[in-house]
Structures are given as C-alpha cells and as structure tokens.
Design a protein around this ligand. Structure first.
Ligand code: DLL
Length: 434
C-alpha cells in the first residue's frame, strides 16, 4: 500500500459512521456480557440486558468502569478470551497501587498498529520517511505502538527507545530521521541538546508526534521553532490500547478519535451525566472492536471537550481538545484549583523553556507552592534584568492566571533534572503526611 490513509473509514459521513458504531456496539455488548463475569454481574445488578442496547443511543444505559475496578480485577478479571489467545501484555507506568495490565490478541495488536499508522500518515508520514521512535519500549505502550504504526506505513523505523540523548542525535543525523516520536518534554530536551551541539543544520526532521503527557500550545510553538518541524499531538492510554486512540491532522486543532474503534463520551465527573458537545468534562471510552481487554464506558479521568466542527482535512471523526490535565492532576492550593498546564503557559509566555518544577507543601496547616524555573542561557547572559526582577514578573503572571500568590525561584540553566519519558512536574509533599 502506497500510503496508509484510509479515506473510506476516516472520512465516512457521520450517519454511516454512527450506524457502523451502533452495529459494532450491539455485537460488542453481547460479546462482553457473555465472556466477562465482571460485566455480566454489573449489568445484571443494574437490570440491563444485552438486548436493551440497540445502538449508540443506548450507550448511557451501560455501567461505567473505573481505574479502581481495573485494579480490583487485576490481573485476569476483565479478560474476555482464554489466555492462550493473547499474544502480548502492556502495562501502565503505575504510580501507586497495582499496575494496570492490558492484554491483546493478535487482532487487537493489528488494530492498534492501524490506529498508530493513521496517526503517522496524518502527520505527513509515508514509506519514504525515517521514523525515529524514542518513546520507551517495554511495558509502556509508547514505543511498541508507534513502532507498529511505523511498520504499517512502511517507514524505515528506528526503535531507539528513550534516553541516551547523544546516541539519539547521532542516529538522527547519520540516518536522516524525518519523523520524531517521543514525549513533548523529551522533544524539548532533544531540541536543547541539538541546539547546544550545533546539529540544527544536520537534522532532517519535518514532523514530530508527541503525546503521553499534557503539553501546552506555547510548548508546541517552542518545539516547532527549535527543531523546524510541525509538532502533532497524539493521545491514548494503555487501558484502551495505547497511543493512537486519537491524533492530530494538519489542522493541529484537536485530535480525531478513531471512532470506528472507540466511542467517546464526555461526562460530568461528579454526577456521571453525559454532557453535550463542547462542554468540558471527563472523557469516557467504549471499545467496540477489542477482543482481549474490551473496556466499556471506561472513565479516563482526562478532562477535555469534543467537537464535530468540520475539519479541513476531510476526516469526519470527532475531535477531542487537548486534555487539560487529569482530574487527579489538579491541585487544590489554598482552596483554589490549579493545573500544572496553567503554570506552564505563564512561564513559556515569559520566554522560559519547559524546564520547571512545582513544589507543594503544607506547613502549619497552610499550603505553600513554589515554582522553580530555569533561566535560559540567553537570559543568564543578559545583565539588564536581575533575577529578582524576573522572579517578580513570574509571580505577577501567576497571580493573574491563578488568583493566588505563588513563590517563584529562578534557578540557573541545567539545574532541573531532564526527563526522558513522561516529565515529573509536580512534587506534592502534602501526600507524605496523609
Ligand atoms: O501514555 C499512551 C501514549 C503513548 C499516548 C505515547 C501518546 C503517546 P499511559 O501511560 O497509560 O498511556 O497514560 C495514559 O496519559 O490518560 C492521559 O492522562 C495522558 N496522556 C496521553 N496522551 C496525552 C496527550 C500513554 N496527548 C494517560 N495529552 C492518559 C495529554 C496525555 N495527556
């Protein structure tokens, strides 16, 4: 195949697409009811029978499933096929508690590869490209997902995995990588190292496919400038398959959800009520083609909104706005809701790079928040503004964005640890006391 773009699926008229979803949903609900005791019990408890689900308009009748359910059912409780039919597991990066382990049949892997292939093509990828994958390989879905997609498109795939920046740049320059796949924070670190090493003229990158963590438009702009590329967002989660659940096209204005495989809903996280298009709430997914680990109405905890506005790329699949963070990323500081992405936007608007850390503590029952941000080398070399003046300016910017006073410490270049995968931006010591 010359190009993995699948216009008949990706540009399907809405009515046809929804008919396809309804048909697949009906089959899937029966399949899951018959094969997963956990779902059967939940549906029975709610008095819902598979026959009650006649199409996507009945989706709201199904029970939700949460991360806690996944943990409780670890490891095999949600498996819908005999273990001998599974060919792979992947697992979440797992912060606390039990990891989530997701299972795949070969067919599940093929569909996942297909979704990632679509993402690469939407970023301009063809078989002429050299696709440099420095998401981690292993249990994390980033490396294996983009690797599979890159093969399917027919790119020359460089399975670099994460870390060893020097080697990344060497392969990038020697083999002429054209598409870079990694977390946005690692892309920023690579850009910094490329700039410092004087390699900017030797790289042939044209596009980046960056995801796995929240990033701002300001960060996109900085990475695009620094590497001379177009930076595309890609979203996904282990529970639902991995990267490629949704991705950006040339419009770079929201990520098209692969609706022939996943049905998306936005709900009010407090009440569970389904919200209309355009309203911000928690993203919920129902898998309609998965075999081994077929989650239905899975609450992602990611907050965003959906839009069906026509897209100039021709794709009809609904677009999700960049997640503004997870409901569990939100910090409540002095009673105010604070998102790391709001802090990042202020810093990058003032010319800093995304090398920062947010330290939160509670001292004598009072919340304290300090943002540490690195000076850029240009700022350090400019004697006309003092560090105190810079700090005061950031304090002012954060006060106007968040409405609370945040302590700010501007630190020398290179003093904050660089990430190779998902960046750790927040250190909340308050949890230590709970
Ligand atoms: O991060 C899958 C992935 C790999 C996506 C590579 C994109 C690229 P998990 O480790 O299970 O899977 O983490 C999933 O990461 O619920 C979001 O909170 C966050 N996330 C993923 N992509 C984005 C994105 C992978 N583009 C969790 N923007 C999700 C913001 C993202 N957050």
């Amino acid at each position: 195949m010359e190009n993995y773009y699948q216009p008949e699926i990706e540009t399907m008229p809405l009515e046809q697409l929804q008919a396809l979803q309804s048909e697949r949903l009906v089959k899937q609900v029966k399949y899951v009811y018959d094969n997963v005791k956990f779902y059967r019990d939940r549906m029975d408890e709610m008095g819902v029978k598979p026959e009650d689900i006649k199409g996507i308009d009945d989706l709201h009748k199904l029970p939700f499933i949460t991360k806690d359910d996944l943990r409780d059912q670890y490891p095999y409780g949600l498996l819908a096929v005999p273990l001998k039919d599974c060919v792979r597991i992947q697992s979440t990066s797992g912060t606390t508690g039990r990891r989530v382990v997701a299972f795949y049949t070969q067919e599940d892997i093929d569909i996942w590869d297909e979704c990632c292939a679509r993402a690469i093509v939407a970023a301009g990828g063809t078989k002429e490209d050299v696709c440099h994958v420095c998401y981690g390989y292993g249990l994390f879905t980033g490396g294996p997902g983009l690797n599979g997609g890159s093969h399917k498109v027919g790119c020359l795939t460089l399975p670099m995995s994460s870390g060893n920046t020097e080697r990344q740049i060497q392969f990038m320059t020697d083999l002429g990588s054209t598409i870079l796949c990694c977390t946005p924070s690692y892309a920023a670190n690579l850009a910094e190292a490329i700039h410092e090493g004087g390699f900017r003229d030797k790289i042939k990158l044209k596009a980046g496919i960056f995801g796995a963590e929240p990033w701002t438009e300001e960060m996109r702009h900085n990475i695009e400038e620094a590497l001379g590329i177009k930076a595309y967002d890609i979203y996904g989660l282990t529970e639902i398959s991995g990267p490629g659940v949704s991705f950006e096209c040339k419009e770079q204005a929201g990520m098209h959800i692969q609706e022939d495989h996943f049905i998306a809903e936005i709900i009010n996280p407090e009440t569970g009520e389904v919200l209309p298009e355009g309203e911000v709430g928690e993203l919920v997914f129902t898998c309609i083609t998965k075999k081994a680990f077929p989650l239905m109405r899975y609450r992602t905890r990611d907050l965003c909104y959906l839009t069906r506005k026509k897209c100039s790329c021709g794709r009809t699949h609904v677009r999700m706005h960049k997640p503004m963070g997870r409901s569990d990323d939100m910090m409540i500081i002095k009673g105010v809701n604070v998102w790391p992405s709001q802090i990042e936007a202020v810093l990058l608007n003032q010319g800093y790079q995304a090398n920062y850390q947010i330290l939160v503590d509670r001292i004598q029952n009072r919340d304290q928040i300090e943002v540490q941000v690195e000076l850029t080398p240009e700022m350090e070399a400019d004697p006309s503004v003092t560090v105190a003046e810079r700090e005061a300016k950031v304090v002012k910017g954060l006060k106007s964005m968040l409405g609370i006073k945040v302590d700010v410490k501007v630190v020398p270049p290179k003093s904050i640890v660089r990430s190779e995968g998902k960046a750790v931006r927040v250190i909340d010591k308050r949890h230590l006391y709970q």
